[in-house]
Every structure is written in C-alpha cells, then in structure tokens.
Design a protein around this ligand. Structure first.
Ligand SMILES: Cc1cc2nc3c(=O)[nH]c(=O)nc-3n(C[C@H](O)[C@H](O)[C@H](O)COP(=O)(O)O)c2cc1C
Length: 154
C-alpha cells in the first residue's frame, strides 16, 4: 500500500478539515503546513492550500518546492470561498504545478468568529456580499474530495 502524506496549508481550519476527510478515504497521514515531515518517507504527497486575497498559501509554495525536488507524485486541493472562480484558480495552479497529477477545488468554509480585526471584517463583508448576490454559503465539497481520493488510489 502507498504511504500518503497530506499537508494542509490553511489558517482557520477548513483546509485541515478537507485534508482530514481525504485522509480517511486514502488512509493518509494528515499534517498542517507548519509541521515538518521528511517527504522522502512517503510515496504520494497531497498538498492543500487556502486562498487569501487571491493568493495561495505561502507555506504551500515551500512544500511545493520540496515535492518537486524530491520528485514525488503530487496531488493538490484548493480551498476558497468563491466557487464561481474555481476554474481560474485551478488554471493558475496548473501553471504553478504543471507536474501535479490532479488538482481539485474543494470549496471551503468561512467563519468570522475565528478571525480578529480586519480579517473578521473581511470575512463578514464577504459573507454579506454573497448573501446580497444570492450566492450560497461556502461548504466543503465531499464529492470533489471523494473524486480526488479515487484519483489518488488509481
Ligand atoms: C482574510 C481572508 C481573505 C480571503 N480571500 C479569499 C479570496 O481572495 N478568494 C477566495 O476564494 N477565498 C478567500 N478567502 C476564503 C478562504 O480561502 C476560505 O474560507 C478557505 O476555506 C479558508 O481555509 P482555512 O480555514 O484553512 O484558512 C479568504 C478568507 C480570509 C479569512
């Protein structure tokens, strides 16, 4: 069986939650981006990132570099709040990681209660804006996670 490492590079827990769901499906070890692990000990690496002001997580890029250097099979999932923009994020990620076997947008979760000051304000106004536009509240897409799990197991 393959030894799988899932690295969740997020901040408020949604990226980690998605990583744990995936971890259960593929029997992988799940860690956060700030933790350390020797990727040489794993056969497959999955990197998850959140999106912040249209940017992927900084720690994600560090891990990406290490995975590239170690030449390990790579899978990526992206957590964001705007599902309407998923194609552009996937496209951008393809340019960052052309060697990735699969890239999924799993959507995410937004919870203003976990944030402080301007971040809290940013989240609140974002949630309010979506409501006004009649757009649904972000949630983690189990279907995308299941499909990613299937693609990893192939
Ligand atoms: C300050 C802030 C800025 C964000 N900017 C974006 C953004 O530009 N685009 C987007 O799709 N989601 C954005 N989000 C939403 C997060 O990417 C989304 O909620 C994700 O699930 C968060 O994952 P995490 O809980 O692991 O940090 C932002 C969230 C915060 C708190």
């Amino acid at each position: 069986m393959n030894n799988i490492l899932i690295v969740a590079c997020g901040e408020f827990g949604a990226t980690l939650k998605a990583g744990r769901k995936l971890g259960e499906l593929v029997s992988g070890a799940v860690i956060e981006g700030k933790e350390k692990r020797d990727i040489k000990e794993y056969d497959i690496i999955v990197l998850g990132t959140n999106i912040r002001f249209n940017k992927f997580n900084k720690r994600f890029f560090k891990w990406l570099k290490a995975v590239k250097k170690a030449d390990k099979p790579l899978y990526i999932y992206i957590c964001g709040a705007e599902i309407e923009a998923q194609e552009s994020h996937i496209q951008r990620m393809r340019e960052e990681a052309p060697f990735a076997n699969d890239i999924r947008y799993v959507w995410g979760e937004l919870d203003a209660s976990k944030a402080k000051r301007f971040k809290k304000y940013a989240i609140e106004s974002f949630i309010e804006g979506r409501k006004k536009d009649g757009l649904s509240k972000p949630r983690i897409l189990d279907k995308e996670i299941r499909e990613l799990a299937a693609s990893i197991k192939e």
